[in-house]
Each structure stands twice: as structure tokens, then as C-alpha cells.
Ligand binder design. Structure first.
Ligand code: NAD
Length: 480
């Protein structure tokens, strides 16, 4: 039995209350370990450690801080296979995906911010013949980072790396559903020379340790990625405390496919955007709008690919589609498929749970599912399903496509598939999303602002946006 511990002040520790949660492998449905079910007492210990570490960490010369972050990246890279396997066991994602995407990106996050902290500059504003202003951007102090289960180490480090790079000490909480790689990160940080107390990793549920992190008076900012409902609860909790808050929330991402697209490449990419990681990426396409003249042909190509994609044991190198993260989540996704039928939708591919044999006979597998004939106002087109389920709708004009895409409370990411350059530019301006990809999906430059509009969040991560979030700006005005 794999029993995880919190990582506080550079030491692995049991939770003060000695309570644990079961850790379940989604591919088998079996308990394979336990995770601390931490509480306020553990947050207090972590904050105490962070307070002690902060004075030295925030004044450490940038080159030295950057070297440590770089060494953490190298530590992640040197354990790529072990971390990828851990991620696959914990989350159900294909091990090949964790090897190719999750773990390399976790290393890139640390490398990127190791460089970014030495390039981060602040502004100066001169008042001719009167005064000069310059802006200091100083570490906030102790900050909290809370992340979800879908890209566990990838998103955990996407917050921690800039927070540390900016000179903060961090109390971080991974999802209780996928805690394993976060637990392994503690040792990697120690080996890289990160001083004790600079990063503290606490495990447990959102309602217990997550809420305690958000409520602790000495934790001055919270960077949160997760569901929109959770984000709303945290926002209302933090508003009277006047804490800085960044929210990266859910999505219901439109893909706009035009008749002039590069057909084969678009089928390939839209399919990947729909079903990668079992559709459990906040950026996955879930509403596919197809120009009417190519609707039938495009639909058939997607359906053929869906029939060919078979969920299988994620630990096998050949597997392209793994398990859904938990029984609860599988039930939620299945309930949306049932709802789609009630709403008048036709299930034209998938729709059924998959029963594997052998090791994975009790795992949480679901066929890639394609639904058509649903109105844009249907719940399945308005609510985030966050699984391998997409809907198809035809459109006739550019303006109709934009109107359908924008008819959503969410606004995270959109994709446009066309060879018409001016249409691509025009529509990019008109779409209400924080990210627009044209003829590509999930192509990431870590310098770019990342985040959503409306119910998809508040604030941006990435590049200097993240460095700005994790610092307080202070203007100094010097009169001549
Ligand atoms: P979730 O909101 O249930 O949980 C996210 C994290 O918040 C977990 O660590 C959880 O323990 C914690 N948490 C829950 N309640 C809390 C509370 N009251 N106080 C403090 N912490 C609390 O989300 P999830 O199910 O883990 O993740 C899936 C969601 O995340 C989807 O909606 C998805 O779209 C979203 N997501 C968004 C992005 C993005 O960048 N916009 C990226 C990935 C996932």
C-alpha cells in the first residue's frame, strides 16, 4: 500500500489528525494507496515553515534562485518514466501521454520560470522636469496554489514555478484525486537544493485543507485552477479578506470548422482536441460547429475515427485512450449522455461504458462519444461535461458560427479551422474566449497570456502575467 505524506519544512510528515483518504487507480477501480486528509493544523505548520523560510528566499540573488528552479526541472526530467507511470496510475491517462506531455511540460514550467525571473523587469514613468516614478514588483509573501486532477503535475507546477520564481514561499495542494506526483515533487525539490519551508505540499480535500489554505490570514494570494462552482465559492470566501485571487475555471470550447479547411489535417486535429486525455482537458473542444457543405463528410470522418479509438489499459505503451478519472466522474459523464438522449440528441458514436477484461475489468472506461441534433441551448451544449463527449452542429455563415460559439457562459478557448486568413483574423477578434487557436490546438508558447473570460475565470497565467500576479507592485515617486 502506497501511503503518501505531506511535505512540510523539507520533511515528509503524516497529517496531524492521522486521517487518510483512499487513493484509487481508475484503470482498475482498486484502492492502491492512501492520501493524507489534512486539515487546519497542517496548514498552520506549513505556514510556520514558510514564514521562517521567506526572509532568505525573497532576497536570494536571482541567479541562485533560477539555478534551483532549473535543477528542479532537471530532477523532473531525470525521473520522467517514474513520474509518467505514477501519473497514469493515479489519473487513468495513457502512460504514453504522460510521457510525451504531462511530465515534460512540468519540467518546462520550472525551466521557463527559471529564465523568466531573470528577465522580469518593471516600469519607470518620467514626469518631465518634475519627478521620476519607478515600479517595484515585490514578492507577496506566502501564497497558496490549488490545482485539479486532469493534468496533475503539469498544472501544479504551472502555479508553483512562477510563485517561487517571484520570491514567494508556497503552500500547495494538489487534487485529492491525483496526489501522487505532487508527493514525489517534494523529494525532487529537496535534491535540487530548494531551502526547507519554501515549498510545502499538503494533501486532502478541498472542503477541509483547501478551505483552510484559502482562509489562513498569512496566505496572501490564492492561485486556483478547477471547476467554476468551486471558483465561485472561493471567490466569495476570499472577497472580504481582500486576497489576490487568480481563477482558471471550466470551459465549453467551440471548434469552428469551415469548408475551406485542410480537411484531413482538421479531422485529425479536431478529433485530438476532442478526445485527448479522455476529453478531460479544460481546453478540449466540446462543441463542434461545421459548415453545412462539409457537415456530412466531416461528421463521418469523426465517427470513423471514434469507432477506431478503443479505450484500453493506460499502462500499455500502445494505448491511446485510458480511463475516466473516477467512478463519480464517469457517472456524471454518463448522466449527460442520458440527458442528451432526453433532449432529443442522436448518439452517432459511442455512448456506452466499456468493460475490459483482466487487470482492468473494474476500471472506468467510456467510448468516445459523438452526439448530433441538439439545439445550442440544450444543457449538453451549455454545461461542461469534461469527458470524451462532443456535440456536432451545422452552420451556414461566419456570423452564425460566431454567434453559436459565443452563446455560452464560458469563454476559455476556441479553435478556428480555415485557410482563409482574413476570416481567421476577423473571427479571432469576435470570439469571446481568452485563447483562440487557428488551425492548431494546444500549441503553447509559455510566454503568452493563458486564461478565460466570463465563467472560465478571472486573471491570466503564463509568462510575465504570472510573475505580475505573484508580485505586489509598488510605485515610488521621486521629486527632483
Ligand atoms: P474542483 O473544483 O473540484 O477541484 C479543484 C481543486 O480545488 C482540488 O484540489 C480540490 O480539492 C480543491 N477544492 C475544492 N473545493 C475547494 C474549496 N472550497 N476551497 C479550496 N479548494 C477547494 O475541480 P476538479 O474536478 O479537480 O477539476 C476539473 C475542473 O477544472 C474542470 O471544470 C476543468 O475545466 C477545470 N480546469 C480548468 C483549467 C483552466 O486552466 N482553466 C485547467 C484544468 C482544469
Amino acid at each position: 500500500m502506497d501511503i503518501l505524506q505531506n511535505f512540510i519544512n523539507g520533511v515528509y510528515k503524516d497529517p496531524v489528525n492521522s486521517n487518510y483518504l483512499d487513493n484509487i487507480e481508475p484503470a482498475t477501480g482498486l484502492v492502491y494507496g492512501q492520501t493524507p486528509d489534512s486539515g487546519e493544523e497542517d496548514v498552520a505548520l506549513a505556514v510556520e515553515a514558510a514564514e521562517k523560510a521567506l526572509p532568505q528566499w525573497r532576497i536570494m540573488p536571482l541567479e541562485q534562485r533560477a539555478d534551483i528552479l532549473y535543477a528542479i526541472a532537471q530532477g523532473i526530467e531525470s525521473q520522467l518514466d517514474e513520474l509518467a507511470l505514477a501519473e497514469s496510475i493515479d489519473n487513468g491517462k495513457p502512460v504514453s501521454l504522460a510521457q510525451a506531455v504531462d511530465i515534460p511540460r512540468a519540467a518546462s514550467n520550472f525551466k521557463f520560470f527559471a529564465h523568466a525571473c531573470s528577465q522580469f523587469a518593471s516600469e519607470s514613468h518620467s514626469m518631465t522636469n518634475t519627478a521620476t516614478n519607478y515600479t517595484l514588483r515585490q514578492a507577496i509573501g506566502i501564497v497558496g496554489c490549488i490545482s485539479p486532477w486532469n493534468l496533475p503535475l503539469y498544472l501544479f507546477t504551472w502555479k508553483i514555478a512562477p510563485a517561487l520564481a517571484a520570491g514567494n514561499c508556497v503552500i500547495a495542494k494538489p487534487s485529492e484525486v491525483t496526489p501522487k506526483t505532487a508527493a514525489l515533487l517534494g523529494k525532487i525539490c529537496l535534491d535540487a537544493g530548494l531551502p526547507n519551508g519554501v515549498l510545502n505540499i499538503l494533501h486532502g480535500t478541498g472542503s477541509s485543507v483547501g478551505a483552510a489554505i484559502c482562509n489562513h490570514k498569512k496566505i496572501k494570494a490564492i492561485s486556483f485552477t478547477g471547476g467554476t462552482t468551486t471558483g465561485a465559492a472561493i471567490a466569495s470566501q476570499l472577497a472580504p479578506q481582500f486576497k489576490k485571487l487568480s481563477l482558471e475555471l471550466g470551459g465549453k470550447n467551440p471548434a469552428l470548422v469551415f469548408a475551406d479547411c485542410d480537411f484531413d489535417a482538421t479531422v485529425e486535429q479536431v478529433f485530438r482536441a476532442s478526445f485527448a486525455n479522455q476529453g478531460q482537458i479544460c481546453l478540449c473542444a466540446s462543441r463542434i460547429y461545421i459548415e453545412r457543405s462539409v457537415y456530412e463528410k466531416f461528421k463521418q470522418a469523426l465517427v470513423d475515427k471514434a469507432h477506431a479509438l478503443k479505450p484500453d489499459d493506460p499502462s500499455m505503451a500502445s494505448t491511446q485512450m485510458g480511463a475516466i478519472v473516477s467512478q463519480d466522474h464517469l457517472d456524471k459523464v454518463l448522466s449527460y449522455i442520458a440527458l442528451a438522449k432526453n433532449e432529443g440528441g442522436n448518439i452517432i458514436a459511442g455512448g456506452e461504458q466499456v468493460q475490459l477484461t483482466g487487470r482492468c475489468e473494474n476500471g472506468y472506461f467510456l467510448q468516445p462519444t459523438i452526439i448530433e441534433n441538439l439545439d445550442n441551448s440544450a444543457q449538453c451544449n451549455q454545461e461542461e461535461i469534461f469527458g470524451p463527449v462532443i456535440t456536432l452542429q451545422p452552420f451556414d455563415t461566419d456570423q452564425e458560427a460566431v454567434a453559436l460559439a459565443n452563446d455560452s457562459q464560458y469563454g476559455l478557448a476556441a479553435t478556428i479551422w480555415t485557410t482563409n486568413l482574413s476570416r481567421a483574423h476577423q473571427l479571432s477578434e469576435q470570439l469571446n474566449t481568452g485563447i483562440v487557436w487557428v488551425n492548431c490546438w494546444l500549441l503553447r508558447d509559455l510566454r503568452t497570456p493563458f486564461g478565460g473570460m466570463n465563467h472560465s475565470g478571472v486573471g491570466r497565467e503564463g509568462g510575465f502575467e504570472a510573475m505580475r500576479f505573484f508580485t505586489e507592485s509598488k510605485n515610488v515617486c521621486i521629486k527632483y
